[in-house]
Write a protein that binds this ligand. Structure first.
Ligand code: KIV
Ligand code: ZN
Length: 389
């Protein structure tokens, strides 16, 4: 029987730390409902001690979603943070406290100004305190990928004894390489005597463009929770994109033999919803969900796809909730064609907004023979989302 991989979505926490991705309370609740429809297992709703707004968002999401999805609140490994996180998530049907503490030499020495022994004690105290509130406790060793493996193993062993049910191995600065991460996860799981009592989790950043590759390598090594964001938004170059991880697992079942709870037909609607909320278009070349992801330009490819789509498509647009229709927008396009193109690009606009985009398309078509997806994108941004600039 294939193993279950738990999808931990951090769009509303790490994702929101992406420049320009701030969301209002209502927008966060709406995105949380979309994540539920997507079928993620855990929603990290925010960092409650960070601000009153974050606290309220985590509490509101905890109350809004069903108990089929767990709601996590992030906290540093200090008592006041842990208490605040619990206060925010306690009304959820299935709450989780997620506490973190850095374990790399550079973070311990310069950021925390603590010795490894002190860090070990802080980690134990934090998890023990969180465990007095709930049996669902996650511990993250920040900057794990640059930490000493034996020290990390010791920290994980102790926090599991104190009640951590998930231990996370973040590649905080996007530094690790896939083969190295694979080796590291295996080493930790083999080395830690009580490793079977916790789910091993991974959390990868994309500074070297390896977040998804590292996540997949870790799954091959035995990790069973993946921390991701919709469209890969997040700090700096972002996080592992949930749609890429899930579709890689689905498309290559022959090598991964794991399952998730994700309804893949909700992938595109989720990316579209996020794009609309944060006012940023899905980039044209974005894997899986970008406007170009299923567009075939070369004659040879078009011919092949017409004969059998699988010649050049390794998944169908329908499988991720895209219509798959291509439409040429030009001088003679009517409002229906523009409306369909807007939807295909990932936007749900009201009549007034559609009218603005339609007028802009017509205006541009008078000057330009061919209107590309990027043109329509630019017009949506200018006419509908300009308030966000
Ligand atoms: O990147 C990171 O290390 C984090 C932790 C808080 C999990 O976001
Ligand atoms: Zn992170």
């Amino acid at each position: 029987m294939s193993d279950r991989v738990y999808v931990f979505d951090t769009t509303l926490r790490d994702g929101e730390q992406s420049p320009g991705a701030t969301m209002s309370l209502e927008e966060k609740i709406s995105m949380a409902h979309q994540l539920e429809a997507l079928g993620v297992d855990i929603i990290e709703a925010g960092f409650p001690i960070a601000s009153q707004g974050d606290f309220e968002a985590v509490r509101a999401i905890s109350r809004a979603v069903s108990d089929r999805v767990q709601v996590a609140g992030l906290c540093r490994a200090v008592p006041k943070d842990i208490d605040r996180a619990w206060e925010a998530v306690k009304d959820a049907g299935n709450p989780r406290i997620h506490t973190f503490l850095a374990t790399s030499d550079i973070h311990m020495k310069y950021k925390l100004q603590r010795t490894p022994e002190q860090v070990l004690e802080m980690a134990e105290a934090a998890v023990s305190r969180a465990a007095t509130y709930t049996s669902n406790v996650e511990f993250s060793a920040e900057d794990a990928s640059r930490s000493d493996w034996d020290f990390l193993a010791k920290v994980f062993e102790r926090v599991i004894d104190c009640g951590a049910t998930t231990v996370n191995v973040p590649d905080t600065v996007g530094y690790v390489q896939p083969f190295e991460y694979h080796e590291m996860i295996k080493y930790l799981m083999d080395r830690i005597p009580n490793s079977h009592k916790a789910v091993f989790s991974v959390h990868c950043h994309n500074d070297l463009g390896l977040a998804v590759a590292n996540t997949l390598a870790a799954i091959r090594a035995g990790a069973r929770q993946v921390e991701c964001t919709v469209s890969g938004i997040g700090e700096r170059a972002g996080n592992a994109a949930v749609e890429e991880v899930v579709m890689a697992l689905n498309t290559r079942k022959d090598i991964y033999d794991v399952t998730t709870n994700v309804d893949t037909t909700q992938i595109f609607p989720s990316c579209r919803r996020l794009s609309q909320i944060i006012g940023q278009p899905i980039p044209p070349y974005k894997a899986i969900v970008g406007p170009n992801a299923f567009a075939h330009e070369s004659g040879v490819h078009q011919d092949g796809v017409l004969k059998n789509p699988m010649t050049y498509e390794i998944m169908t647009p329908e499988s991720i909730g895209r219509t798959g229709t291509e439409m040429v927008i030009g001088k003679h396009s009517g409002s229906h064609a523009v409306k369909a193109k807007v939807r295909e690009l990932g936007y749900e606009l009201d009549e007034e907004q559609l009218g603005l985009v339609f007028e802009a398309v017509k205006g541009l078509a008078d000057k330009k023979e061919k209107i590309y997806d990027e043109d329509v994108h630019a017009m949506i941004m200018e006419k509908v989302f300009r308030k966000r600039d």
